[in-house]
Design a protein around this ligand. Structure first.
Ligand code: GDP
Ligand code: IMO
Ligand code: MG
Length: 433
């Protein structure tokens, strides 16, 4: 399909990077259209591990044009570091990377604002963000007056704009620090520093919207790479425990400029169980030894912050909702190998919310916090799946588990991942009608 999208359908870290890398071989362009360096996408090629945050996971395929569009937020020093790191690992990054002049820039006042706000919250109420300035930057984008886009870095009034914004931010930060020691932002130093980054980034900058619209008209093969997951979507996720962009399928069009009706196929990626990093309700969470076992077997520690990920059973109520809200045509199930060795595996098929059985995903986070999972338990499997390459090799109970997921979500599974490496993947021709 010419325009294909890969979207996470849980709370992030569903192995989107692996799936995008795998599929990139068949595409001319790979596009990141929202989020920023809060994302951490891992790709393993011949046993060698790579991590990308902003650079699309198509970068490992020479000849693929990678694009970061205007819907993304960019912290220039982090992006430059990422480019350098990839190069030092032997990955070519040059004209194969294009950055939109419409993308918003993360400045020191964004990270500082996030830090100060977070310190004011008691830990239980904290969203537990990645502290990368993502929220404050999107806030300024929506507020408009204090926003600077990549294209603005090359305008003659940049110094003046930075001075103006830094003055206002200093007033706000001083008030929030409430008398405690506070180092004001130095507008001149920020201007010098960011002018330097602008020079380094200049060769990559372009109008990604025009390039993508032309490419769509020419029926070129484009792969869209979502960051985070549908349950972290600012509008459709578990608000306020979400990120600040549209990380469900809803964001593809707004973030890239490509109209929704020109998108041909949406692949929803789901782990064979659930994880979450940071705060917010998680009905199927296993805050016990079983959860610890899944964390250890799945190596569930954040790519960006190193935080242990919370682990739990597969939540089919949430998955069905995210597949619908994201317009998923089919599914990729990852980390199936991690469940090997468990005598039984459970799927949450409904919630009990204050005594009432609920099968629709609640719109209010307090209802989700009160949701007790109603679990369906099926037999597990005790064989290593990591060397299997076709669905025929899978044990019957693993296949039954996958079929049950298809039934619960109402979408066919086309890809199953049984290990981090490109090779550890199987493509299914689903019988699901
Ligand atoms: P993303 O943010 O969605 O790209 O996912 P992350 O890269 O943050 O997290 C997924 C983790 O699982 C990474 O460490 C991957 O290398 C790893 N991984 C991907 N697919 C599989 C799989 O099928 N099995 C196992 N065991 N690990 C996998
Ligand atoms: P990838 O693309 C998992 C979570 C944070 C926090 C919330 C808000 O690797 O799947 P933010 O810094 O965005 O304001 O944090 O969202 N979060 C992610 N969790 N994977 C991600 O990205 C995430 N990006 C943000 O932990 O709970
Ligand atoms: Mg990740």
């Amino acid at each position: 399909m010419p325009a294909t999208c890969v979207i996470g359908l849980q709370w992030g870290d569903e192995a989107k990077g692996k799936i995008v890398d795998l599929l990139s071989a068949d595409f001319e362009m790979v596009v990141r259209y929202q989020g920023g360096a809060n994302a951490g996408h891992t790709v393993v090629i011949d046993g060698k591990k790579y991590a990308v945050s902003l650079v699309p996971s198509g970068i490992f395929h020479p000849g693929v044009q990678c694009i970061i569009t205007g819907g993304a937020v960019i912290h220039p020093p982090r992006l430059l570091d990422e480019i350098k790191r990839l190069r030092s690992q032997g990955i070519e990054v040059g004209s194969n990377l294009l950055i939109s002049d419409r993308a918003h820039v993360i400045f020191p006042w964004h990270t500082e604002t996030e830090r100060v706000h977070d310190a004011l919250r008691c830990p239980e109420k904290s969203i537990g963000t990645t502290m990368r300035g993502i929220g404050p930057c999107y806030q300024d984008k929506a507020g408009r007056q204090q926003a600077i886009r990549i294209g603005d870095l090359y305008r003659s009034n940049l110094k003046e704009r930075i001075a103006e914004i830094a003055t206002e931010k200093n007033m706000m930060l001083a008030a929030l620090s409430n008398g405690s020691p506070f180092t004001p932002l130095d507008a001149d130093a920020i201007y010098q520093e960011f002018s330097g980054y602008a020079k380094e980034l200049e060769p990559y900058i372009g109008d990604s919207t025009k390039i993508l619209l032309d490419a769509i008209d020419e029926d070129r093969r484009i792969l869209f790479e979502g960051a985070q997951g549908a349950l972290l979507d600012i509008d459709h996720g578990t608000f306020p425990f979400v990120t600040s962009s549209n990380s469900s399928g809803a964001g593809i069009s707004s973030g890239s400029g490509v109209p929704g009706k020109r998108l041909d196929k949406i692949i929803g990626v789901l782990k064979a169980y659930n994880t979450r990093v940071g705060g917010g309700p998680f009905p199927t969470e296993l805050d016990n030894e079983l959860g610890d076992q899944i964390r250890t077997q799945g190596n569930e520690f954040g790519t960006v912050t190193g935080r242990p990920r919370r682990c739990g059973w597969f939540d089919a109520v949430a998955a069905r909702y995210s597949a619908r809200v994201s317009g998923a045509d089919c599914l990729a199930i990852s980390l199936l190998d991690v469940l090997s060795g468990l005598p039984e595996v459970s799927i949450c098929t409904a919630y009990d919310i204050r005594g009432k059985k609920v099968t629709d995903f609640p719109s209010h986070v307090d209802d989700l916090a009160d949701a007790k999972p109603i679990l369906e338990t099926v037999p597990g499997w005790d064989v290593d799946l990591t060397k299997m390459r076709s669905a025929e090799e899978l044990p019957a109970s693993a296949m039954d588990y996958l079929k049950r997921l298809e039934d619960c979500i109402g979408r066919p599974i086309e890809i199953v991942s049984v290990g981090p490496d490109r090779e550890q993947t199987m493509f299914l021709t689903s019988s699901y009608a």
